[in-house]
Design a protein. Structure first.
Length: 359
């Protein structure tokens, strides 16, 4: 029930994207993992062999025993491959950096040389054991049978002692390997559980990220709508500002017009003041006229005594009356014109006052 790599020890571990050659075309690469997975070199001390193993979840995607005739080839700065005749496929690894590819290639060469040394040693052992068997075969069967028949129990025990010790040492090694394999199984189970928990956390984080993206999309749309509303408001305010500027220009024109009217009003007031001064002379004229009338009456009294001068005095009186009448008429016309001017100035002043209040 234990995985094939439970009795082995990892000697080098890295992460890469795993590919296998397409068995139908033998040209295209088929991804064996959806993402970068752990790829490790393992050493089996019991078999004295080296393997490259990679696990994706519960699936073993690489289980390649390294032999001396294998070759790891770098096909690019971050990709390498090797052929496995036993698995009848070609494995490809894609690394995240050129440095990781270089380390993996160097380790492949080291393991390949170690596998070659192990094969040479095993061949030497086989040759040595065959030589020993040939030498034992040259011994006479009679002597062998005699020793086996005539030998005592102590001799048998002495001959069997080294074998039992060897078996015991092998048993101890197997126990140690079994304990190591158990610890490796626990370690891989722990790592697998950690990977599952990490995968669950990443899935949860991905879901949260997707929800966050949707939330920010809604926020972006809301901000976009708010931006459009603000732009519309800015355009309305700009139009209002233009109207205000136009109104300011109209107010400035009205202010200039008001100043002109005030200047005209001052001029009219000066004219009115002159007319008033001229109007003050009229009582003097009236008084002079009365004095003339009094003189005329005195002259009439005097002329009563002078009959010869009656005609002349009457003529003078008539002329004086005619002049007085003309003077009164002219004075009345002047007063009428003055009253009209005063009324016009009064109306003009009220219009200016009303215009100032409206502004």
């Amino acid at each position: 029930s234990c995985p094939p790599y439970s009795r082995e020890q990892p000697i080098f571990t890295t992460r890469a994207h795993v590919f296998q050659i397409d068995p139908s075309t033998k040209k295209n690469w088929v991804p064996a993992s959806k993402q970068a997975v752990t790829v490790s070199y393992f050493y089996d001390s019991t078999r004295n062999s080296y393997r490259i193993i990679s696990v994706d979840g519960a699936k073993v995607i690489i289980n390649s025993t390294i032999t001396p005739n294998m070759t790891f080839t770098k096909t690019s700065q971050k990709f390498g491959q090797w052929a496995d005749s036993r698995a009848n496929t070609v494995f490809g690894l894609g690394f995240s950096s050129e440095q990781q590819l270089t380390k993996f290639a160097e380790k492949f060469q080291e393991v390949k040389e170690a596998a070659k040394l192990a094969r040479d040693r095993s061949q030497e052992k086989i040759e040595t054991s065959s030589n020993h068997s040939q030498e034992s075969g040259r011994e006479t069967p009679s002597s062998t049978r005699a020793s086996s028949v005539n030998g005592t129990d102590d001799e048998k025990a002495s001959h069997g002692g080294p074998t039992d010790a060897h078996l015991k040492s092998e048993n101890d090694k197997l126990k140690i390997a079994l304990a190591q394999s158990s610890s490796n199984v626990k370690k891989w189970e722990t790592e697998l559980q950690t990977l599952r928990e990490s995968n669950a956390r990443l899935t949860s984080a991905l879901q949260e990220s997707a929800a966050s993206i949707e939330h920010w999309k809604k926020q972006f749309l809301a901000c976009k709508e708010e931006n459009e509303e603000l732009r519309n408001k800015i355009e309305e305010l700009e139009e209002q500002c233009n109207e205000i500027n136009k109104e300011k220009e109209r107010n400035a024109q009205l202010s200039r017009r008001l100043q002109e009217l005030e200047t005209e009003l001052q001029d009219k007031e000066l004219e009115l003041e002159e007319l008033r001064k001229q109007g003050e002379i009229i009582p003097q004229l009236m008084s002079e006229c009365e004095s003339v009338s009094q003189k005329l009456q005195a002259a009439e009294k005097k002329n009563k005594d002078l009959e010869e001068k009656v005609v002349t005095l009457r003529t003078e009186v008539e002329e004086s009356k005619h002049r007085q009448t003309n003077l009164k008429t002219e004075l009345k016309n002047f007063l009428d014109v003055l009253d009209g001017k005063i009324d016009e100035l009064h109306d003009f002043r009220q219009g200016l006052s009303k215009l100032g209040v409206d502004n």
